[in-house]
Design a protein around this ligand. Sequence first.
Ligand SMILES: [Zn+2]
Ligand SMILES: [Zn+2]
Length: 367
Amino acid sequence: MKTINVKSMIPSREECGCSLPHDKTLREVVIGRGIIDDLPRFLDILNVGKPIAVFYDKITFKVVGEKIVKLVNGLGFDVAEPTFREAEKKTILTEGTQTVIAVGGGTVIDVAKYAAYKHMAPFITIPTALSHDGIVSPIVSLFSESGRKSIVTKAPIFSLIDLDIVSTAPKILFSSGFGDLLAKVVSIKDWQLGRDEAGEEYCYTAEKYTMKALEIILDCLKAGQAKDYGKLAEALIYSGVSMMIVGSSRPASGSEHLFSHYLDMYSPNRAPHGIQCALGTLPTSLYHEMYNPNWWKNPDYSWRQLKKYMEKAEIPLNLRQLGIPIEIAVKALVYSPEIRQERITILHKRRPTEEEALQLLRETQLA
Ligand SMILES: [Zn+2]
Ligand SMILES: [Zn+2]
């Protein structure tokens, strides 16, 4: 079993030299095989209160949710849909809860994170897939009446990643995890645009952990170890930690994530989050290469090389095959900056025309 002692990894604001929160809510993450049975022991060490609300969905209940409810003698709650309305409903239902445990992927984690935040209760995540970096981040991303919205809540205090559990998830979800991490090549450069063009606060500690996440998976993919789920888990944690440090998704979410958000809102078919972010990463990294003099000099981070890494991670990269209309992808590159006008990215700095957007998709062979 690998233990990541997160608390000790984060310097103070003064030591870092930035004015961002440097939150240390997440104390520890454990990653290993068959460690779920140790959960009661970890809860004892964490000294969390009861009653414990355990959130899951129909699928994760069968995978391990039912077992966890028994293990911790908790109350079970079935999450139905990825909306703020559902999160509000579950918050009311779990009134009086002292601890919240999420057993699942994105939706369950986000709904439970929201309820824990409203109750000011310690929050624990037990992922059933390694598909995105929200496992330990403080960000909740759900649908509201006007589309997908992200809000900042609180990170979990603890996360237990049992590799025997996550390895039962569909293969496409691992590819999604790699995609969400490869996207950081763009998101970090978009953040630097904000720093350089608008004097936005920047944190080198957060940058360090985002880059560490990226290096871990690039080493994996270079060595042909796209199935090293322990390494993927670790990388997703480091990316989540960087968001916790700055109290926003800024290090981990740039123009490539806006592209994905746009598809979430307007495409008739959707692919898992990290797959859509990987799709967005190719045209936006090419666009950075064309117009951002501060783009990476490291040839490992060129869009061509990124595409090779994506292929190694078995990320499907053909819009047509994924059922995403080319016109929608074009519009995503042109209009997604409007989703988040205050956050500067390469698409904000130089809005492409529809013609240019189509050219970017053609050159990167997405279309
Ligand atoms: Zn993401
Ligand atoms: Zn800092």
